[in-house]
Design a protein around this ligand. Structure first.
Ligand SMILES: Nc1ncnc2c1ncn2[C@@H]1O[C@H](COP(=O)(O)OP(=O)(O)OP(=O)(O)O)[C@@H](O)[C@H]1O
Length: 290
């Protein structure tokens, strides 16, 4: 189990840690019951500071989406706790989760933008709806929707279109704008660029980097270390349901400690680090399975 401490800020002469936006403690998730049940997350602890972007990396089946679902209240937690903005949400029911989302505390972006967007709402309605729910007057909501469209580098002429009338890259940018338009404290992005072609991937990653300045905390989940490395402040490495390494992005990339992280870094040709040759990769895999 690895516990990540949030960044600290100086108050007077004393160092004081800011309250984490997200604090996951000893999280366990099991799918199925009894002997047929299997554990998807074990003893996962992670804190996210205000304004921080944390990348969660892991191979397929390592538990990344389960972690996202547990933090969003979409899957039952078997043990441990999830606190968002200091509030223990572990035992929340559907109504309480709806209330949390209505208050704009936590938002999400999934790999498939059609899962994050209502197919019957125009881009304008998708962007204004969360603001109207919060009680923002219609005129102000429309102005903020336009401003956010600009922040994700989309032209105003798309406002009247339905999601089905947009390209995949445009849709994902609308999904990102919708998640951020209420200026939530926390956004969970589960593989937000995996379904995009390389040009759109680069653009959405650039947009996420620009949005980091807005003060929202981002949890950026991906199987691709290259996508995460340039975007996240810290990287958390999930392996077989456990967090095996958490650290500053440059430390994890340049000085990976866990064997699995070394394999990940060594296999990522897009990183500006030394790629392991085939023999080294085989040796690392042998250590992992040993
Ligand atoms: N609804 C479910 N019922 C049973 N097992 C599940 C369910 N969802 C996920 N699992 C299992 O839990 C483990 C973790 O799955 P999860 O989807 O969290 O992995 P992941 O890291 O997001 O993978 P991927 O990168 O392929 O999306 C896997 O072994 C998966 O088969």
């Amino acid at each position: 189990m690895t516990t990540a401490s949030p960044r600290t800020r100086t108050v007077g002469r004393e160092e004081e840690a800011p309250s984490p936006v997200l604090a996951v403690e000893g999280l366990e998730v099991r799918y199925g019951r009894g002997r047929r049940g299997r554990s998807a997350l074990r003893g996962v602890s992670l804190s996210i500071a205000p304004g921080e972007t944390v990348g969660v990396i892991g191979e397929t089946g390592s538990g990344k989406s389960t972690l996202a679902r547990a933090v969003l209240g979409l899957v039952r937690v078997s043990a441990g706790s999830v606190r968002i903005g200091g509030e223990d949400v572990t035992g929340f029911g559907n109504r309480q989760w709806r209330g949390l989302r209505r208050r704009g505390v936590v938002q999400y972006v999934f790999q498939d933008p059609l899962r994050s967007l209502d197919p019957d709402l125009t881009v304008e309605d998708s962007l204004t709806e969360p603001l109207l729910i919060q009680g923002v007057p219609r005129k102000e909501a429309a102005e903020r929707a336009r401003a956010f469209l600009d922040r994700v580098h989309l032209p105003e002429e798309l406002l009247g279109r339905l999601p089905g009338e947009l390209s995949g890259g445009q849709r994902q940018r609308v999904a990102v704008a919708r998640a951020l338009v209420t200026e939530p404290s926390l956004v969970i992005l589960d593989e937000p660029v995996s379904a995009l072609d390389s040009a759109n991937r680069v653009q959405v990653l650039e947009i996420l980097k620009e949005l980091r300045a807005s003060g929202t905390s981002l949890v950026f989940i991906s199987h691709d270390l290259g996508s995460i490395a340039g975007t996240a402040d810290r990287i958390a490495v999930l392996y077989r349901g456990e967090l095996v390494e958490v650290g500053a992005a440059r430390d994890v990339v340049n000085h990976p400690r866990h064997v699995y992280t070394r394999l990940l870094v060594g296999s990522a040709p897009t990183l500006h680090s030394r790629t392991a040759d085939r023999t080294e990769r085989e040796a690392l895999r042998a250590q992992l399975s040993g």
